[in-house]
Design a binder for this molecule. Sequence first.
Ligand code: XMP
Length: 515
Amino acid sequence: MTETIIILDFGSPSSQQIARRVRAAQVYADLLPWDAPEDLVMAHNPQGFILSGAPRLGFEPGVPILPAYVLQSGRPILGIADGMLALVQALGGEVSFAGGRDDGLEHLSVQHPTCLLQAGDNPQVWASFAGRVEIPPAGFEILASTEGDLIAALGDDARGYYGLQFYPELAQTLAGQQIINRFVREVCRCSGTWTVTSIIERALSQIRTRVGSARVLATVSGGVDSSVATALVSKAVGSQLSAVFVDTGLMRKDEARWVRQAFQADLGANLHCVDAAETFFNNLQGITDPEAKRRIIGETFIRIFETSAHNLGDPPFLVQGTIFPDVIESRAVKQRGVQPVKTHHNVGGLPEKMDFELVEPLRELFKDEVRLVGEALGLPPELVWRQPFPGPGLAVRCLGEVTPARVEKLRQADAIFTEALACAGLLTQDEGGTAQAFAVLLPVKTVGVTGGQRTYDEVIALRAVNTTDFMTADWARLPASLLAGVSERITSEVAGVNRVVYDITGKPPGTIEWE
Ligand code: XMP
């Protein structure tokens, strides 16, 4: 059984980051609601528990409390912020909720070094001030305090119970990863088996158990998740898998070729490429409304997919690239009616009611883990590290009517922009890079002059943003020299474009895509 740490989610916005920190310590972590049924939680045979913070617990009725079975399990527990207060209360200590102060940076002074906190650790932490421990429970020692003499960390080494008034999962807590490493590796005694190799082995065996000797169908679009899921299933069941690649004619330069190349070697004759560009363009003729475009593309895709599945003898299993954040989000929606943070764009998606059983080999993985698995499986880096690309493809970046000529114009401009960013090392999400960058073709013509001749041509807008969650975004401050070079190349190399503008709108009030 995989070593597991269970994070009981008390509602903190950073709960997923705790799971990422535990995974970075090479230990599998699952994130479950604080009131998840005991049998579901204990079925994981957790080596330890982490209690997340909460937006604000206070004493109001109905606030999350520490379930009794967690204490009865005898496993180590790390309570973070309000999670610590819940632990202290459950063990008979006293807490108070002053409120009033926002969370913020503090400096920790370690009074009592333990295996969790050490005197030489970087002292900067991001602390919570919503509540405080007044009297620690019996058996606990104060491990560290902040400058205002607040208890910042306390623990009971004998039972492996610890509480932190600060968030080790946040980047502002500079020793955060070390603290999590020590909790899971030293306190919970996990040996660290969650590695890319073990993730792949586990996924392969789960896929084989699930599908047996049945046939499996996958769709590949070049998206990271669906590609890695397909590659895993292909490795697990070989020729039982057939994959359908629908070339919509709305992909970026060279993308369709990459997808073919990436899968041809492994899937061979089981890769079915459908050249559907003509059908998509016919169906989109005369359509300019963004929602109508999405609907038409979605429906066209479904029809083509259904025909392909039927031609392949309707395999009973279908591969889906669902990843861990999607699973957590839908669990929250199901359990508490929480509205999803992300709007899911149902485009390029599949019908809601399907006669397939799903194979979802990435359900336990974060995006960065998916990428590492993809790399380890030998998928090309362009595919594994690519920036997000919307399901409806270039159609929602080709404002106005979507014709083959206009999409080609956009594709060329987009390739010039992306190439310049890649050369400057700005196509990655690292510090100073861009999370998403692309060109948009506008449905307006402007007057220009080329070689002394009047022109009346279309406009390209360049969009580049920095974001981590794609829910909010800031426009990227790209070097003026890069923008100048891109503008020069687009206006001279792309026929029918005589003007280039740069989008300096954040999200909100803009969205990342223009449609
Ligand atoms: P917006 O434009 O809503 O985009 O700020 C947020 C993120 O979602 C992507 N996006 C889509 N993805 N189908 C998709 O699969 C769509 O219809 C769609 N629309 C936007 C967008 O590229 C950005 O990463």
